[in-house]
Design a protein around this ligand. Structure first.
Ligand SMILES: [Zn+2]
Ligand SMILES: [Zn+2]
Length: 477
């Protein structure tokens, strides 16, 4: 950009033209600031900024403790006239609060001090591997799989796939039903963005032909004979105009897992965190409240920390609220503003942590990370759009039946269709949280995950492509 600005300036350097010169200067300044901004984005966050929220969190906990103990429990225990409840209740409040506070601090210390696992500690720097991938025979055979109206999009191969790995804006292109030319350019193969289930290319769906607009090269529009066989197939499978179309990128190959910033092949499921400036094993997300990432080795403690924070907040909120209401009734509307501040904090964090608990219990049960779940979400959304093209909006039963048919042919999205699915919710849960029930609630032990290698779902091929049910191993049929 800076170069082009300079060239531009050089070309017009002949006659003195203040307007052009001015433009050149502005262009160059804009380009320079953009480069600076991009370079700043690449740099990891300053350590102090990264850990700032940890200090804020400790401050909030300390302030809540002062208000709860000093302004609620102590007046109750001293039997002050303005305190609600008696001495016994005050002691009970104090004991429960102290237990919850200790658990909160213990689990917080554990999540803040347990690193998620850094890829750079386990892998050597290397050149980017050459991508060598061949489309399996079953993938090609999928063309006949759902009758002539199945919109087959062949997976990208060789150089095309290598090209797709470069970061570029997604481009939608109409797809044709021809097995010979492989022109997948939806840009879904970037392993740095999606891992387990990169989304089905939305463009494929957008350009999927329906029965009226099949491409001229499609077999079903080639004449009466084909039209007849198409009609027969239609009778057999009245709703099978589309089928589920998982992505065909070989996400497990080393070439698909290369980190350009750190120049190494990262382990499966690892991703680069911009804030931390490094690749995190089984990257889930960057959490500012703990000042680091949630990854393979601390995901378990993240959930446990949320559990105790939620309990602490619910207890603090409900008891303080009750005391404020009681005091207000007795003393004609007198309210302690400091208690109100803590009530607001407690309500906010109780809501926040409860939604996190729901989300992460669901993620762990499905053996997905937050990043991977985004791919699943996109795939489900694409399927919803596909269904709404096949059926009218009120045909809920038909939509459900079609989805069931696809599930029968492929397995469920996010379950059998998840590269990391271990066979059951329990197996997924234990692979992250461990087998000890005590370890699901107390911040003890360590995560069973090493973050370096993961068993893969046998419903996928060796390169990470989701296979239809008929291609699954015999024992899973
Ligand atoms: Zn990296
Ligand atoms: Zn991070």
């Amino acid at each position: 950009m800076a170069d082009s600005a300079r060239k531009h300036e050089g070309k017009d350097a002949g006659p003195p033209d203040p307007e052009h010169k001015c433009c050149g200067v502005v262009d160059e300044a804009v380009a320079r600031s953009r480069t600076r901004r991009e370079r700043r984005k690449q740099r990891p966050m300053n350590w102090l900024v990264l850990k700032l929220a940890v200090g804020i969190t400790v401050g909030i906990i300390a302030y809540s403790t002062y208000v709860y103990v000093g302004r609620l429990c102590v007046p109750m225990i001293r039997r002050r006239a303005d305190a609600p409840g008696g001495r016994g209740l005050g002691v009970a409040f104090l004991v429960v609060f102290c237990v919850l506070l200790l658990m909160l601090l213990w689990s917080y210390e554990k999540i803040v001090l347990t690193p998620p696992g850094l890829a750079r500690d386990h892998v050597q720097k290397s050149e980017r591997p050459v991508l060598e991938s061949t489309t399996p025979a079953w993938w090609d055979a999928a063309q006949d799989y759902s009758g002539t109206e199945f919109q087959y999009v062949p997976p990208p191969q060789g150089e095309e796939l290598q090209r797709e790995m470069e970061v570029r804006p997604p481009r939608a292109q109409p797809k044709r039903l021809s097995a010979g030319t492989h022109t997948d350019e939806d840009g879904e193969a970037n392993a740095g963005v999606t891992d387990a289930i990169p989304p089905v290319a939305e463009a494929r769906v957008a350009h999927s032909t329906d029965s009226g607009t099949l491409s001229p090269s499609s077999p079903s529009s080639n004449g009466h004979a084909n039209a007849q066989s198409s009609g027969q197939l239609k009778q057999q499978r009245p709703t099978q105009m589309y089928t589920r179309q998982p992505q065909g990128a070989p996400v497990l190959l080393p070439a698909m897992r290369y980190c350009q910033r750190e120049e190494f092949v990262k382990p499966p499921r690892a991703h680069h965190c911009r804030a931390c400036g490094t690749c995190i094993l089984r990257y889930d997300h960057h959490c500012p409240w703990i000042g680091q990432c949630v990854g393979a080795r601390n995901h378990k403690f993240f959930l446990i920390f949320n559990e105790w924070t939620w309990l602490f907040c619910v207890w603090t909120f409900s008891t303080l609220m009750a005391s404020v209401i009681r005091t207000a009734k007795r003393q004609h509307g007198h309210v302690d503003p400091q208690k109100i501040v803590v009530i607001v904090f407690a309500a906010m964090f109780a809501f926040f942590t409860s939604s996190l608990i729901f989300a992460h219990v669901d993620l762990i049960m499905h053996n997905q990370t937050t990043v991977e779940s985004l791919g699943v979400r996109r795939m489900k959304d694409a399927e919803k759009r596909k269904l709404s093209r096949m059926h009218r909006w009120y045909e809920f039963g038909a939509k459900r039946r079609t989805r069931q048919q696809w599930d029968a042919e492929w397995g469920r999205i996010g379950c059998e269709g998840n590269l990391w699915w271990l066979g059951s919710y329990r197996a997924n849960w234990e692979s992250v949280m461990g087998e000890s029930i005590l370890g699901w609630f107390l911040p003890i032990g360590h995560s069973p995950l090493d973050g370096l290698s993961f068993p893969t779902n046998p419903r996928f091929d060796a390169e990470g492509r989701w296979r239809p049910r008929r291609e699954w191993p015999q024992e899973l049929q």
